[in-house]
Design a binder for this molecule. Structure first.
Ligand SMILES: Cc1cc2nc3c(=O)[nH]c(=O)nc-3n(C[C@H](O)[C@H](O)[C@H](O)COP(=O)(O)OP(=O)(O)OC[C@H]3O[C@@H](n4cnc5c(N)ncnc54)[C@H](O)[C@@H]3O)c2cc1C
Length: 189
C-alpha cells in the first residue's frame, strides 16, 4: 500500500516548500503533480516582492542558483507616451526581484527532493479517500498510484485546484480555500 505521513497535492512553490520543511523534520512526504514537468507552463511573470520586515523572500532567493534571479527591482518608473520620465516610485522593504518562474518552481522542487520528498509527476489528484468524514488519503488518475494513503493531506494545487474541486468537502467550509478545514484533516492553501 502507498502510505505516507504527508501527501501534498501540487508541486508549485507552496507544495514544494511545505514538502522540504516536512522532510527536514523526518516526515515521509510525497508531492503529487498533475503536469509532466514542474514549473511548466510558467505560473506567472515572476515579480517577487519582499514585504517589509520579512526575511522569507530573501532566504528563498539566497537558496536559488544565480540563473534563476534575473534582476533586482528598486523602483517603478512612469513614462509619458513621449518617453519622458514622469515619476519614480521606490519600492518599500528590500524591493523586488524578477525571477524565471519556471526555474524557480523547479529549484524549489529540487530542494524538496534533496530533503527526501518523493515527487510523482503526471499524477492528478481526482478526489479524496474518506471513511465517514475522515480523510484517509487521495485518489489519482495514475495507473500505478491509484490510491495513496496519508496521515495529512495538504492541498497546494493553487487556484486551479479550487475550480477543479479538490477537495470538494473542504471548499464547502472555506470558499476561498485558505482556511483550516474543521471537518477534515486537510488544509487548503
Ligand atoms: C496571471 C498571473 C500573474 C501572476 N504574477 C505574479 C507575480 O508577478 N509575482 C507573484 O509573486 N505572484 C504572481 N502570481 C501569483 C502566483 O502565481 C501564485 O501566488 C503562486 O503560483 C501560488 O503558488 P502555489 O504553489 O500555491 O500554486 P501554483 O503555483 O498554482 O501551483 C499549484 C500546482 O498544483 C498543481 N495541481 C493543481 N491541481 C492539481 C491536482 N488536482 N493534482 C495534482 N496537481 C495539481 C498545478 O499543476 C501546479 O503545479 C500571478 C498569478 C497569475 C494568475
Amino acid at each position: 500500500m502507498n502510505k505516507y505521513d504527508l501527501i501534498i497535492v501540487g508541486g508549485g512553490p507552496a507544495g514544494s516548500s511545505a514538502a522540504r520543511v516536512a522532510c527536514e523534520r523526518g516526515i515521509k512526504t510525497i508531492i503529487l503533480e498533475k503536469r509532466s514537468v514542474i514549473g511548466i507552463p510558467r505560473h506567472c511573470e515572476g515579480r517577487l516582492v519582499a514585504t517589509t520586515g520579512s526575511k522569507l523572500t530573501d532566504e528563498v532567493i539566497e537558496s536559488m542558483p544565480p540563473r534563476v534571479v534575473l534582476t533586482k527591482i528598486r523602483a517603478r518608473r512612469v513614462f509619458s507616451p513621449s518617453g519622458k520620465l514622469i515619476r519614480e516610485i521606490p519600492l518599500s522593504g528590500t524591493g523586488a526581484r524578477l525571477i524565471l518562474r519556471d526555474l524557480f518552481d523547479l529549484e524549489l522542487a529540487r530542494q524538496a527532493a534533496n530533503a527526501g520528498a518523493e515527487i510523482a509527476l503526471n499524477t492528478r489528484v481526482t478526489g479524496l479517500l474518506k471513511e465517514d468524514r475522515e480523510i484517509l488519503g487521495v485518489r489519482t488518475n495514475s495507473s500505478t498510484l491509484t490510491e495513496i494513503y496519508g496521515k495529512v493531506v495538504i492541498c497546494a494545487g493553487g487556484l486551479g485546484a479550487l475550480a477543479g474541486g479538490i477537495p470538494k468537502g473542504c471548499s464547502e467550509r472555506s470558499p476561498l480555500g485558505t482556511d483550516k478545514c474543521k471537518r477534515h484533516r486537510a488544509r487548503c492553501y
